[in-house]
Design a binder for this molecule. Structure first.
Ligand code: F6P
Length: 381
């Protein structure tokens, strides 16, 4: 019988964090279980900072379904298995502080921890699970690249924001006969670029999975020109790269050791300049950035997040730990965290991840790729 659970939200924020939190808290309350939230992800777990969550009248988890961000914060630099410690003399060292977290969980009597996050967050969740902690993960990221699930919460909202941007770029591009480039997020997976290009009627979508040939992109634009279409919309994933070339790195982030600290960005500007030079048409770049993460979730994300939150709490009530809530072939389900972040290449083949990383990438047999090609969206190849 579980009595007390805690939620932590970790990694870059997405729309839908609060809807998941609400789903867990409501299901917990309906089953007589107390729900708490650690502040700022794994950092809160380490520092033992948490609040009681309540959906009662005037409770802190009341009315949060449409709210962007996370009412309990989130952290992008809290790998507690390899935690950065700055000493007084300025030196930096990295330590495994997971046992402090486990002591906090035991001392305060939490029967289950819910980890809302992407693959990095779920790797730590798997490691806590291996050390005997009752953990249940919920897959989050706008990039939609968590293995073993068809979709992560936050992704649909990001696609909708990108689609609206494409709609707006259409009218200004058409007016001034320009090539309008939109750089969207998606570090190693081009889901946002691909799906928003289809939703917004883009002409080109460049994604990390298909290294592009700029000449091919330019000929698509020239072809449009020859048909009297003096404007084009080009959507570029931040992680897109040319054939034989590399991703554009803007700098480094401070997200802790053992995680990917490259800060991507800048490819949109480069593509715009190259297309301007080749076609002679004026080109402009817009980088959508954090607009894709903030703000209210779409109806789809509210429902998905509620499904995920309630399912996660159900799993806890059933005593099924070490799991991740997923959507598999359109159905709400759960899989083991080991399958999601471990080295199981058999699962990898199914989910589309690679042996080097657990990221779920766009595969060439995906319906979105086929659909994009069918409506004439150039994928740079
Ligand atoms: O993984 C989600 C994401 O939004 C990526 O698309 C982007 O590259 C990254 O996070 C940016 O993270 P940060 O918050 O560290 O700038």
């Amino acid at each position: 019988m579980i009595k007390k659970v805690a939620i932590l939200a970790n990694g870059g924020d997405v729309a839908g964090f609060n809807a998941v939190i609400r789903g867990i808290v409501k299901t917990a309350e309906n089953s007589g279980v107390e729900a708490y939230g650690f502040i700022d992800g794994y950092n809160g777990l380490l520092k033992n900072e948490y609040v009681k969550l309540s959906t009662a009248e005037d409770g802190n988890a009341e009315g949060i379904l449409p709210k962007g961000g996370s009412i309990i914060g989130s952290s992008t630099n809290a790998n507690v298995f390899n935690y950065k410690i700055e000493k007084e003399n300025g030196e930096v060292e990295y330590k495994d502080l997971s046992d402090i977290c486990i002591k906090n969980i035991k001392d305060d009597g939490f029967d289950c921890i819910f980890t809302l996050g992407g693959d990095g967050t779920q790797k730590s969740a798997r490691d806590f699970s291996t050390k005997g902690v009752n953990v249940i993960g919920v897959p989050k990221t706008i990039d939609n690249d968590v293995a073993c699930t068809d979709i992560t919460f936050g992704y649909n909202t990001a696609v909708s924001v990108a689609m609206e941007a494409i709609d707006r770029l259409h009218t200004t591009g058409e007016t001034h006969h320009r090539i309008m480039v939109l750089e969207v997020m998606g570090r190693y997976a081009g889901w946002i670029a691909l799906e928003s290009a289809i939703a917004g009627g883009g002409d080109v979508a460049l994604i990390p999975e298909i290294p592009y040939d700029i000449e091919k992109v330019a000929s698509k634009i020239r072809n449009r020109q020859s048909r009297g279409k003096n404007f084009s919309i080009v959507i570029v994933s931040e992680g897109a790269k040319p054939k034989g070339g590399d991703m554009v790195i803007q700098g480094t982030r401070n997200n802790g050791q053992g995680v990917d600290n490259t800060k991507l960005g800048g490819i949109g500007q480069i593509v715009a300049k190259q297309l301007e030079d080749i076609t002679g048409l004026e080109a402009r770049n817009t980088t959508l950035g954090y607009m894709q993460r903030g703000g209210t979730p779409t109806a789809y994300d509210r429902v998905l997040s509620t499904k995920y939150g309630t399912k996660a709490m159900q799993l806890a009530l059933e005593g099924k730990f070490g799991r991740l809530t997923v959507i598999k072939n359109g159905k709400l389900d759960d899989v083991s965290l080991e399958d999601v972040v471990g080295q199981n290449t058999k699962i990898g083949a199914v989910s589309g991840n690679t042996t080097e990383s657990n990221i779920r990438k766009v595969t060439m047999d995906n319906d979105l790729v086929k659909t994009a090609r069918s409506v004439g969206i150039n994928l740079g190849d």
